[in-house]
Structure formats: C-alpha cells, structure tokens
Design a protein around this ligand. Structure first.
Ligand code: PLP
Length: 411
C-alpha cells in the first residue's frame, strides 16, 4: 500500500486552515471520507433515490437492494452470523439507547444492577445510569488504575446474579487503552451476564468478530470508520431476539394491525421504525469496502506505528504527562500539563492548521479516574504521515512556549 495514493483519496487532507496546511489529528472524534464514499453518497441521490421496503417501483427496489446489501456487508465485517442481527441506527449513541429501550427496560425487573466502567464514553454510561436511576437499579462503575487500566478484580466482584448487563468499551477514546474484550466477555458470561461492547473506537482499526467474541450487543458509528455521520449499527445476538420489545413505533416495523393490535415485523425491521438514512447507509457500505480494500491489517499496523511515534515525540516535551499506559494500541494520545489549559493549546494549534480535540472528550468519569479535569487529544488515522506528526508536535511545542511566556516566563 502506498500512502501517497491513499492520501489522494481524501480530498480534505489537501486543504488549508488559517492559512496553514491542515494537519488533521482529530480522528477519534470523526474520520475523513475518501472520494469513493463521497461518490457513493452523491451517486445514490443523483440516480437511485427512493424510499426502501415500501414501493414496488424500480428505484424503490434498487434502494432497498442497496440497503440490504449494506446490511449483509456490515454483518460480514463484524462476523455476525446473519444480516438480521444488524440494526441500522444513527450511531453508537443511538445504538446504546436502543438497547436500553428495546431490551434492558424489559429485563430490569425486581432488584437489578448494571455494570459499566470508568473508561466509558458518556454514550455508554449515561443511558445506563439513567435506567438505574429511573427503575431503582444499582449502577456500578468499575474503577481504573492510575495508568488507565480496568480493575478486573473489582469487575469480578461487581458481576452478581442481579447484574443484567455489563457495558464496556473495546478501546478508550481518552487513553487509547485496548481492553481484552474476549477475556472480559468470557468473565461476564461465566457469571451469566450479557455484554454490550462499544466498538466506536475499535471498528476502524481492529478486526471484530462478534461470533468469536460471543458479544451479546455491539455498537459502532460509521463516521469513525471513513463513513458519514448520522449512521451506525447495533448488533444483537440472536439469542436475545425473543427478549426484545418495541422501542420506536412507526412505519416499517409492523406487518399488520389485527383486532386493534400491531403484528410486529421480524428483526431487524422490528427495531427500524421510520425511513432510515438511506444515502448514509449506502455510503457506509462504501466505507466498509474501502477499509477492506486497504485492509484492516494495514490500518492497524500503520496506526500503531503512528501512535507510538507520536507518544515518543510527545514524551520528549517538558512537563507533559501522557494519560494512560506507555504503550496502549488504540489510536489516540491524550496529554495534560500545568503548562497549558487544553482549550488554549487547541486554539493555538488550530491557528497553525493542526486539528486536535480538547476537553473531556465526553468521558468525564475517565478523566476523573485519572485525576485530571480535561486533556488535549491527538488521534492519528492511517492516512496521516510521520511528517504531519512532527509538524503537530512542533506546533504544540511552539504553543507551549507562547503559553509559558504568557504565564510569566516559566518554565
Ligand atoms: N463511544 C466511544 C468510545 C466514542 O469514542 C464515541 C464518540 O466519540 C461514542 C461512543 C459516541 O459515538 P457517536 O457520537 O457517533 O454516537
């Protein structure tokens, strides 16, 4: 694979920001789309646009076929046994909330607990906290060590006969820590507890096989894997189909109304009320094709190389602490220091064309567990180059000098 030809596929990488060449290192928030994905989206709306599963005219048939092809491709991509296990959603947040409404509400009877971790993004934390608050359940947060590792001893104690679900991220969007997801699922299953995996950060970089993992639910977002925003998926293991209840009511999810009662469609249509984001799903399919053509092995290898190079360069900077373990695997590096406030540093980097994320990255529990209130996150993707990393770290060093001077010449 040739990085120059890969970069040509991403037109946005050539733009300037504030008069400087863009260095885009905010891929943990959203990745950029290759021309192939943009083309698939515009082609769909230019040539094939119609509603799905409703009409019998040609365009409706084409649109329906494209949507169902995308579902089959998504199922293959994550190792799902069949396309009916794949529900299209608007993203990871929507997927988690769908599991709350369609499954957990139904399972939360009597006294119950839900176990999540301090490593979670708010989208895999708040819906569970809210459910427990509303229904009188016990919300258990698994703590992290100072270097950002999950406390598996605490997890072992937290999984009790009352636990209805363990919700856990595959990869942290703060430290880049990669959980031993298979080990965690096996542990939870040995206690009879189903597991929801948040694969938002993992899906681009790591091969996922839900069948091999034994995951009960898995959520991801297209916009973190070269697709458009507003599309994602929810995988539901077949063994849970019978436990699902309708969570959104509307067109496309019933087959009849008999004696005043709806007769529900089978999965996955049962959980897909209303017109989906058809063009977005078609573009998501193209993103999957693109990742497969580049290969996940190549993406993982390149992102691992770029992230460790970035860690190495950032660790040379005076008084800058990298959050988490020294060698993680996920493609993001978050830093803190008494020398800067994350917002100031991000603004000064933006002035130099470098896009990074500042704040809590929707992960307040994780920052709290690491003893900080926010951080500055650099997150490369495989299409970034080592030159860009060097430019970003040089720009960061320059920003730190400006902030040192503004603070009175220290350090
Ligand atoms: N989970 C993780 C680990 C994330 O990093 C994110 C987004 O940053 C989400 C969930 C939420 O994804 P979305 O905003 O696409 O729903």
């Amino acid at each position: 694979m040739d990085i120059c030809s890969i970069r040509k596929d991403f037109p946005i990488l050539n733009r300037t920001v504030n008069g400087k060449k863009l260095v885009y290192l905010d891929n943990a928030a959203t990745t950029q789309m290759p021309s192939q994905v943009l083309y698939a989206y515009t082609q769909h709306y230019s040539l094939d646009n119609a509603n799905v599963h409703r009409g019998i005219h040609t365009l409706s048939e084409i649109s329906t076929a494209k949507l169902e092809d995308a579902r089959a491709a998504a199922a293959r991509f994550i190792g799902a046994p069949s396309p009916e296990c794949i529900v299209f959603t608007s993203g990871t947040t929507d997927s988690v909330n769908t599991v709350v409404r369609a499954w957990a509400e139904n399972m939360a009877r009597g006294s119950f607990s839900i176990v999540a971790t301090a490593m979670e993004h708010h989208s895999n934390y708040l819906p569970w906290l809210d459910l427990c608050t509303r229904r009188g359940g016990n919300f258990v947060e698994i703590p992290l060590s100072q270097d950002g590792r999950l406390d598996t001893v605490a997890l072992g104690k937290a999984l009790t006969p009352e636990t209805i679900l363990f919700a856990v991220t595959y990869v942290s969007n703060v430290t880049g820590a990669v959980n031993d997801i298979k080990g965690l699922i096996d542990l939870a299953h040995s206690r009879g507890v189903p597991v929801l995996v948040d694969a938002a950060q993992a899906a681009r970089e790591f091969p996922i096989d839900v069948s091999e993992l034994g995951a009960d639910f898995l959520c991801l977002s297209a916009h973190k894997m070269l697709g458009p925003s507003g599309v994602g998926l929810l995988y539901v293991a077949k063994r849970h189909f019978e436990e699902l209840v309708p969570c959104r009511l509307g067109g496309g999810m019933i087959s009849d109304i008999r004696n005043g009662l709806p007769v529900y469609e089978q999965m996955p249509h049962f959980l897909e009320a209303g017109t989906p984001n058809i063009g977005g799903i078609v573009a998501f399919h193209e993103a999957i094709r693109y990742i497969e053509s580049v290969s996940r092995g190549y993406i993982e290898e390149r992102e691992t190389m770029l992230t460790s190079r970035l860690r190495e360069m950032l660790s040379q900077l005076k008084d800058v602490r990298i959050l988490g373990l020294s060698d993680t695997g996920g493609s993001c590096v978050s830093v803190v220091s008494g020398r800067f406030h994350p917002y100031d540093a991000a603004l000064l980097l933006d002035k130099q064309g470098v896009a990074v994320r500042s704040g809590t990255h929707c992960a307040i529990p994780c920052h709290r567990a690491l003893g900080v209130t926010g951080s500055l996150r650099f997150s490369p993707a495989f299409y970034n180059t080592e030159d860009e990393l060097e430019a970003a770290v040089t720009a960061f060093d320059r920003a730190l000098s400006i902030l040192d001077r503004a603070a009175g010449g220290k350090p």
